[in-house]
Write a protein that binds this ligand. Sequence first.
Ligand SMILES: Cc1cc2nc3c(=O)[nH]c(=O)nc-3n(C[C@H](O)[C@H](O)[C@H](O)COP(=O)(O)OP(=O)(O)OC[C@H]3O[C@@H](n4cnc5c(N)ncnc54)[C@H](O)[C@@H]3O)c2cc1C
Length: 277
Amino acid sequence: MSLNITVCIKPVPDPDYYDKITIDPVKKTITRAGIPTIINPVDKNAVEAALQVKEKLGGKVVVITMAPPNAEENLRELLAMGADEAVLLTDRAFAGADTLATSYALAAGLKKSGPFDLVFTGTESADGATSQVPAQLAEWLDIPHLWNVQEFEVEDHTLKAKMSMENGYINYLVQMPALLAVKRSINKPRYTTVMGVMKAKKKPLTVLTAADLDVEPERLGLQGSPTKAGDIFTPSLARKGQQLTGETEEIVEQLIQVLRGAGLNLESLNVNEAGRE
Ligand SMILES: Cc1cc2nc3c(=O)[nH]c(=O)nc-3n(C[C@H](O)[C@H](O)[C@H](O)COP(=O)(O)OP(=O)(O)OC[C@H]3O[C@@H](n4cnc5c(N)ncnc54)[C@H](O)[C@@H]3O)c2cc1C
């Protein structure tokens, strides 16, 4: 049995640069220019899961992302980790996409990049963190999907998968092709070797634009995004200092008045007028 496996990966801002990230007050989107990206951490677990299936059953692992052109570096890293091919969907037409438009473009990219028996994603991204893309993508592809997968096994063309719930888990039998969104505890992603980096240079990385995909343009990017961001503002972090003076009991009395003035219910804390329990 030889499987075609596709893994969706998302480049996310490098946490070392979080303090440099700003939000465009007009477009209400994150300004990412100049912010280096890393691979969304759980997406490396998804790639590891794919590589393990390939090693056991044979086949091919393709990694795909919809992202700006510099995501090529992230894809090369995954080719070095062991993926066979990479696909980068990049075009101004994809900019400003919400999860619906993202999953729509990704689905078109998956269909374009070849047949798939198994699709992996992470459970959520480190930046947007909606967890909506896996289910939406599976719906566009019209295949079954499971989220928060902590274990799975491939048998013939059936998946036995364990999905984590708040208070336990559910075992599923799923017919392939199917999509699994895996959680971080499913495995430990392998390290990249020097040999892997050398091999990655010769592996195919295909760049596709909107014109290469079988898509309806009005479903892409900002115009294809029904999500509308409301008001965005930076909360004021300014603090005001106030000095209380006098004898201890006077200070306590003043403090109680200040706290009451700020709306604190001192009775619920069991504090009486003298400020003692
Ligand atoms: C109005 C609006 C405008 C936006 N504009 C932009 C913008 O200009 N640029 C921008 O980067 N973001 C933009 N976003 C954010 C963007 O919608 C989300 O980052 C994106 O849809 C993925 O959602 P998420 O991060 O919640 O992923 P989740 O659903 O939490 O991700 C789960 C998994 O899905 C997969 N996945 C998610 N995204 C991708 C991807 N792009 N490629 C491959 N696999 C993926 C990964 O495996 C990931 O682990 C915008 C959002 C809104 C609402």
